[in-house]
Design a protein around this ligand. Structure first.
Ligand code: SF4
Ligand code: SF4
Length: 370
């Protein structure tokens, strides 16, 4: 159940951080560092990216100055929620040789302190639901992910400034968050339209110096979100591309895109839904201890398709085909929807500017809705 919309005047934004701290949450939020906007510890509202804008295009990301005094007038940086829950590299367990010669196994679960993330975009909330499906809603859930996920509080920010690379409208995941968050903000000229969506969200909202939202605030938010949706120029050629992709496994476009692709795996690293990982053992030199870890893998690495002495996808073309046919195709059979939430990161952070929407359209053509 959602509560009636409220309004938080801009000078009172600090109250939200203070209320989350008072409730025992460590806060992180978007901050400018090393030329990008990424999550970092947030103590003061003043640390948010006030007056910052961004320009994104395939293979291009630059920060600039915005002509407004807003702190969410940009779309997304390279970092999604993924690394906060599915760590890029972590130890899973350790085994030790005991005095009696036997082995002792010890799980190395991460600590779990309640964490509030401020400024999560709707596409990343949709991606989180997909990662939840993969890591938590299987026969065996992942205890490492579960430990970090348990006390996560999400303050969503609806997108009023999509980047040129965004296409969340065509995947149905934005620009307005619809579920999976605790509080949602829409940034307006003088403050934030605020909606509490969960019991915890309502508790935090009750501690804030809120005003009743005026009709003008609600209309301004609706208009801004409508304009944001209409501003998106990119889209996927259909919502379910499983059949057309698998009908075109020998399309010449796979070789054309492979001639440009560097097989670097940047796209899978920044993708908020990619979940592949590899596992490794690191034995101590004296043989007394072994640490078992996992780290993000990618369908673009040699090792990803290494089975029984051979690399099945030794060339770039089948690797790119694996990425696209899984992400936009067989994900439907696996998880009931596409694995793409339209965040555009794989376009922006591809060093050669490969555009997944363009490749999908070239291979599938226009696909009629189901
Ligand atoms: S495939 Fe690309 S656009 Fe889609 S969710 Fe992943 S990074 Fe975002
Ligand atoms: S599509 Fe781009 S980002 Fe992905 S592996 Fe190829 S070159 Fe790297």
């Amino acid at each position: 159940m959602t509560q009636a919309l409220s309004f938080l005047p801009r000078p009172r934004l600090q109250a939200l951080i203070d209320a989350l701290h008072a409730a025992g949450f460590r806060c992180i939020g978007p901050r400018v560092a090393e030329g990008v906007i990424a999550y970092d510890a947030l103590e003061e509202a003043a640390q948010l990216p006030w007056g910052v804008s961004e320009t994104q295009a395939p293979g291009h990301y630059r920060l600039g100055a915005s002509d407004t005094q807003r702190c969410f007038a940009w779309a997304n940086g390279p970092q999604a929620l993924k690394p906060l829950l599915f760590a890029p590299r972590e130890n899973l367990w350790r085994s030790r040789r005991a005095a009696d010669g036997g082995l002792r196994f010890e799980e190395t679960l991460p600590g779990s302190a309640p964490l509030a993330v401020i400024g999560v975009r709707p596409c990343d909330i949709a991606a989180l639901a997909l990662q939840d499906q993969h890591f938590l809603q299987q026969e065996v859930s992942d205890p490492y992910y579960a430990r970090r996920r348990r006390d996560l509080f999400l303050v969503a920010v609806n997108c009023t400034h999509p980047a040129a690379t965004c296409f969340c409208v065509s995947t149905g995941d934005g620009p307005r968050a619809s579920e999976g968050y605790d509080i949602a903000l829409t940034e307006l000229a003088d403050g934030y339209l605020l909606e509490a969506h969960s019991e915890r969200g309502r508790d935090i909202a009750a501690a804030l110096p809120l005003e009743t939202a005026a009709e003008a605030h609600i209309a301004a938010a609706d208009t801004a979100l409508q304009q944001a949706a209409e501003a998106q120029q990119r889209r996927l050629p259909g919502t379910d591309l499983q059949a057309p992709l698998f009908a075109n496994l020998n399309h010449p476009r796979w070789d054309e895109v492979a001639a440009r692709c560097l097989s670097c795996g940047n796209c899978t690293s920044v993708c908020p839904t990619c979940f592949c990982y590899s596992e490794h053992d690191a034995p101590a030199l004296d043989g007394g201890e072994v640490t078992h870890s996992r780290e993000w893998d990618s369908c673009f690495t040699q090792g990803h398709s290494y089975i029984h002495g051979i690399t099945i996808r030794a060339e770039t073309a089948p690797r790119y085909r694996q990425w696209l046919t899984h992400k936009l195709g067989s994900w439907h059979a696996q998880y009931g929807r596409s694995g793409c939430v339209g965040c555009g990161r794989c376009l922006t952070w591809c060093p050669v500017g490969i555009d997944l929407t363009e490749e999908a359209a070239a291979i599938c053509g226009e696909v009629a809705p189901p």
